[in-house]
Design a protein around this ligand. Structure first.
Ligand code: MV4
Length: 499
């Protein structure tokens, strides 16, 4: 079995650090690659060796396959971990890494390719008894035929791009009269985004929950699942809050969904870590949507409730070891919640807010994990995803995890850029979130930008009342005590953070 001695992490920021930390724990040497914009990034210093692979734009650096492979050769690297995003789901990259005699820490190029096409994925999964949303099994070639199928399914329907992702090339069709128009839009968006105009039809599930199952497979045909993550709180296909376990499913559904996820993985001979995505309707019918063939952003919540280091498992699997974990030995312990801290202004339509982290003080304490890739004083580069950090809390139960999250958000001090922390706090406090009565429409239904200001206004009102009370008091005491005003406990933590 080839023991891996040196890993190159073909990524940046928090996930590069996350992967290198586990590599160090396994006594594996680490190589970081970085763009000119990331010279001062912590991941560059954390690695045993670091090499600049190009200018800031990812197309010239983090996506530059030839430069990355050259670093592998020059530095005697024997394995590559792609992280998420960038080259992680690029079958051509996985293939080239292997052709260079290196280990790709991930699934086979074939599995990436199959699951990268939603239609191919459905076709593969069709060999097993896996619930799928009613729809067409192949790309639409004849519009009139497609309209007949749509009538049979019943409107509203969705037109989806086979190569799609992040909601691109996806169109809701409410009635047959708008079918052609929406179909044209879906195809042109699919062509411009993915260079692949293949689209298909599905029944539109109007208020689904998004539940995904983490799986691990080895190169000997063993596949296990590590339960679910609930990722329904999202905005424009960008996940904002993830948690494990989901409070919306029963042990029976969990078992059934887990079995389906394992079958999806089997259908493409999957090995490595992967995620099988489902949507669940109000009646708790669930349907397989797609499979993500990478380590996901939200993987820490699974690590916290299972005690499994997913990156360590990925590396062991890549080395050829059979899975040491047994399905029956895995159990859910406690509850974990992750919020994504973005440099975005939620009060201003989540506008990206680039700038310098003037203050950056992290919360800590029992049950708090932060995966981040920035330090105080650093600029947030405009070239990449504006995620500053993932804040994850873990508690004995969901209530405890939520309370810890609110405490940790209040403790987090970030100035210089607006962040989504106030928005995440709003969600944590929302009765429909705490009760579990939410679906993928949560943000659209319950969040209005003014709500953040209102809460600040409320706190300002408290502050104003406090000040006037102090002024009245100090008036009575001959105006000597004005200096204490404003340093009192009634000052909003948000206000002090917003310099
Ligand atoms: C759906 C759906 C409703 N019905 N498919 C969005 C992106 C892609 N991963 C699949 N998506 C959806 N597919 C059918 N037949 C609703 C969504 C959807 C969604 C899914 C998961 C998480 C968030 C979402 C937000 C909006 C729509």
């Amino acid at each position: 079995m080839p023991a891996i001695k040196k890993i190159l992490v073909a990524n940046r920021g928090e996930i590069a650090l996350r992967i290198m930390r586990t590599a160090k724990e396994m006594n594996i040497a680490t190589v970081a690659v970085y763009s000119e914009a990331d010279r001062k990034s912590p991941h560059v210093r954390f690695a045993d060796e670091s090499v600049c692979i190009g200018p800031a734009p990812s197309s010239e650096s983090y996506l530059n396959i030839n430069n990355i492979l050259k670093v592998c050769k020059d530095l005697g690297v024997d394995a590559v971990h792609p992280g998420y995003g960038f080259l992680s789901e690029n079958a051509g990259f996985a293939k080239k890494v292997q052709e260079e005699g290196l280990i790709f820490i991930g699934p086979s190029a074939e599995a990436i390719e199959i699951m990268g096409s939603k239609l191919a994925a459905k076709q593969a999964a069709g060999k097993y008894n896996i619930p799928m949303v009613p729809g067409t099994a192949t790309a639409i070639s004849d519009r009139e035929e497609a309209k007949q199928i749509a009538l049979g399914i019943g409107y509203p329907i969705l037109i989806k791009a086979s190569a799609g992702g992040g909601g691109k090339g996806m169109r809701i069709v409410e009635t047959e009269t708008e079918f052609d128009e929406q179909m044209d839009r879906a195809v042109s968006e699919a062509l411009s985004s993915f260079n692949d105009g293949a689209v298909f039809i599905e029944k539109y599930i109007e208020s689904p929950k998004h539940i995904e199952i983490q799986i691990l497979g080895d190169q000997h045909g063993n596949i296990i699942h590590l339960f679910e993550r609930e990722c329904s709180v999202q905005r424009r296909h960008q996940k904002v809050i993830e948690e494990a376990p989901s409070i919306s499913i029963t042990p029976g559904i969990r078992e059934e969904m887990g079995r389906c996820a394992i079958d999806v993985a089997k259908s493409c001979g999957y090995y490595g870590a992967g995620t099988v995505e489902f949507i669940m309707d109000e009646k708790r019918n669930f349907y397989f949507l797609e499979m993500n063939t990478r380590l996901q952003v939200e993987h820490p919540v699974t690590e916290l409730i299972t005690g499994v280091d997913l990156v360590k498992q990925m590396i062991r699997i890549a080395e050829g070891h059979p899975l040491a974990l047994k399905q029956e030995e895995l159990a859910i312990n406690g509850h974990a919640i992750e919020v994504r801290v973005y440099a975005e202004d939620a009060a201003n339509n989540f506008l990206p807010d680039v700038g310098r982290l003037n203050t950056y003080v992290k919360p800590s304490g029992n049950g708090v994990r932060i995966d981040d890739g920035f330090e105080q004083g650093m600029e947030i580069p405009i070239y990449y995803d504006p995620m500053i950090a993932k804040l994850i809390t873990y508690g004995a139960d969901r209530e405890e995890a939520i309370q810890k999250m609110i405490r940790a958000i209040d403790e987090y001090q970030i100035t210089g850029v607006e962040t989504t922390l106030p928005f995440c706090r709003f969600v944590m406090k929302h009765p429909e979130f705490t009760s579990g009565n939410f679906d993928t429409n949560f943000v659209n239904i319950h969040f209005k930008p003014q709500m953040l200001n209102q809460e600040i206004d409320h706190e300002s009102a408290v502050l104003a009342a406090f000040i006037s009370a102090q002024l009245i008091k100090s008036d009575k005491r001959d105006n000597i005590n004005c200096k204490t005003v404003g340093t009192g406990a009634a000052v909003s933590k948000w206000k002090t953070r917003r310099v």
